[in-house]
Write a protein that binds this ligand. Structure first.
Ligand SMILES: Cc1cc2nc3c(=O)[nH]c(=O)nc-3n(C[C@H](O)[C@H](O)[C@H](O)COP(=O)(O)OP(=O)(O)OC[C@H]3O[C@@H](n4cnc5c(N)ncnc54)[C@H](O)[C@@H]3O)c2cc1C
Length: 558
């Protein structure tokens, strides 16, 4: 267990270390040289230095026993510094996850203790040239080696592609096909016939090492088979998706905010047409405020999911997928808008947002692409829709109507409109069998993510108002600001679900011309349109908060 005080101290040390060792110019130079700062990564992982590794290793193996919420906080903070370094440091957790969920007690003791005591770097070797999103297409094999009728080891042969820390890790978890099915193995650096390629020349996260791995009859003892039983690999990989996708969600969140936190101060200094850009509504309300709303909606979903995983609700793969999808898409949009916010300067290396934009791009690809997230979300919630005879999201919506009765200003009523509309779109899709179109299935995934995040943010704003937020939760915004952010996001979500839902139903031939007006009504579109009232004044308020003008306005009004 990590206390809030310890967590905050760790985050502070991380920030101070970065300020000293990874100032902007150093990051820009390393990016230009396409260099992974190995010494910095080792320092961050080393138990007698920054020791980030210790946070996540269970106490019984010499770590600090941090939970999912702690992981999210550390991932966000590290990503704010540099996403390449974050990838290098956090790849160890990804790499050791098959051990955490599937290893025997003896294996856990050996490997998790080595991570805690030696700062051993891990890499996670799943992807192959032919097996990316579809890991079932795995070609790497692990052939049994037997002596006197007993399996004593395995010979691994195959190739892995795009492996973070591939050229610098001390140990690798490698997924390979055994006669019993896909299985994780631990292979150490230096094993005979195991080689890695030169680092990839990447678009972004150039401070992380990414390399292909080659195994040519690499022998490992049988005790390197994680869990000791063949065929558990895909289940073990599945078992941590909720958790690992939250890590990448936090990366998207951290990088998105890192970009906005450069654009916001820049706009207070940049004078155009006689005033700072920060005072131009057409600037703040396009480039800054909507991105803040989307990032905070994603944060809310991340925090809720982390709390639930820590409370023992299981691996929450679908929730992890929603969090990753929203946060990484929002992070990309925020970084792109930040380039625009800096104009020509944003397009140069010197101002960092250009680098952040290149870096954050990976978050919608690795650990499951956005399209795979859409599919995961949609398939799971489709089942909930069917099992409840179409009531799943209507029931959720009713809860937010009840929340609205207690907290009238947190946007819960608008989130309810989004959820009711979603239930209607899904029902129309069921009746007209529209999920036979893959595009519709995936678009539903997006609408589900928006509607659920709107609900989550409204709930978070109400908890904030009641002073009941998790003590480790982010408190950048006070209750009034969070409520305004929630209302802005809920309006976007409701409009998206209502209008895009209608578009896809009509687009797939799910409704006749004559029935379109009735569908518009059942989706609640008139109410969704009316709920847009007050949008500009909420955006004004959020901009005032972001630029420190809200208190001054209140003073002036008093
Ligand atoms: C910098 C970097 C670091 C990485 N680190 C690691 C690591 O440490 N360990 C590791 O194992 N892997 C790692 N990866 C691999 C990463 O997880 C994969 O790239 C990712 O899962 C996508 O696989 P792919 O590249 O083969 O793309 P593909 O699966 O070929 O997908 C290509 C496109 O098609 C879409 N698509 C795929 N399947 C479908 C479908 N059924 N329906 C509709 N659309 C579909 C995808 O969404 C994507 O847009 C890394 C990749 C990069 C670039």
């Amino acid at each position: 267990m990590i206390t809030n005080k310890t967590l905050k101290l760790s985050l502070k040390s991380l920030r101070e270390f970065a300020k000293k060792r990874l100032p902007d110019q150093e990051l820009i130079d390393l990016d230009a040289r396409d260099e992974c700062p190995l010494e910095v990564v080792r320092h961050m992982c080393s138990p007698d230095k920054l020791g980030i590794q210790l946070l996540f290793i269970p106490e019984e193996f010499g770590g600090m026993g941090g939970g999912t919420f702690d992981v999210y906080c550390v991932c966000e903070e590290t990503a704010r510094i540099d996403l390449g370094v974050a990838t290098a440091v956090l790849a160890t957790f990804l790499g050791s996850d098959p051990i955490t969920v599937g290893a025997t007690p003896e294996q856990k003791k050996i490997w998790l203790t080595r991570i805690a005591e030696e700062g051993l770097l891990f890499a996670y070797g799943a992807t192959e040239p032919e097996a990316g999103s579809d890991l079932g297409a795995l070609r790497t094999t692990a052939e049994r080696v037997s002596e006197n009728g007993k399996v004593v080891g395995y010979k691994i042969t195959g190739n892995k592609q795009w492996i973070s820390n591939g050229g610098i890790a001390g140990a690798y978890t490698v997924l390979a096909n055994t006669p019993g099915g896909p299985t994780w193995f631990i292979v150490e650096q230096g094993a005979k016939n195991f080689t890695h390629d030169k680092p990839e020349d990447k678009h972004g996260i150039r401070l992380s090492n990414t390399a292909a791995l080659a195994f040519d009859n690499v022998y490992v003892d049988a005790d390197r088979l994680i869990g000791g039983v063949e065929g558990q690999g895909l289940n073990q990989a599945q078992a941590v998706f909720g958790y690992t996708r939250l890590m990448v969600a936090a990366f998207g969140l951290g990088a998105g905010w890192a970009a906005l936190d450069r654009a916001i101060p820049y706009s207070t200094k940049r004078i155009q047409a006689g005033a700072p850009l920060s005072e131009k509504q057409g600037y703040t309300h396009k480039l800054i405020v909507p991105n803040v709303a989307r990032l905070e909606a994603a944060r809310s979903y991340i925090e809720e999911t982390a709390e639930r995983i820590d409370a023992g609700e299981g691996s929450l793969n679908t929730e992890g997928a929603i969090a990753k999808y929203m946060a990484t898409e929002a992070g990309n949009l925020a970084a792109d808008a930040s380039i625009q916010a800096l104009g020509g300067y944003g397009y140069t290396h010197e101002y960092m947002v250009e680098k952040i934009k290149r870096d954050v791009r990976i978050t919608t690809i690795y650990e499951g692409t956005s399209e795979i997230m859409e599919m995961t979300i949609s398939r799971d919630r489709w089942q909930s829709h069917l099992k409840t005879r179409g009531q799943h999201y209507h029931e959720q919506a009713k809860k937010f109507e009840a929340l609205h009765a207690r907290h009238a200003n947190v946007g819960a009523d608008i989130a309810a409109l989004a959820l009711h509309a979603l239930a209607e779109v899904m029902e129309k899709a069921r009746v007209a069998r529209l999920t036979r179109y893959q595009h519709i299935l995936l678009r539903l995934g997006e609408l589900i993510a928006y509607a659920e995040c709107a609900g989550s943010l409204a709930r978070r704003a109400s908890l904030m108002a009641e002073n009941k937020l998790n003590e480790k939760a982010n408190r950048r915004f006070d209750a009034a600001a969070l409520a305004a952010i929630s209302r802005v996001f809920a309006r976007e979500a409701a409009l998206k679900v209502g209008e895009e839902g209608l578009r896809w139903v009509i687009g797939a031939g799910g409704v006749s011309d004559a029935d379109i007006p009735a569908l518009e009504t059942s989706l609640g579109l008139p109410a969704i349109h009316r709920a847009q009232a007050g949008l500009i004044s909420d955006m004004d308020y959020i901009a005032d908060v972001l630029y420190g003008r809200a208190a001054k306005r209140l003073e002036a009004a008093a």
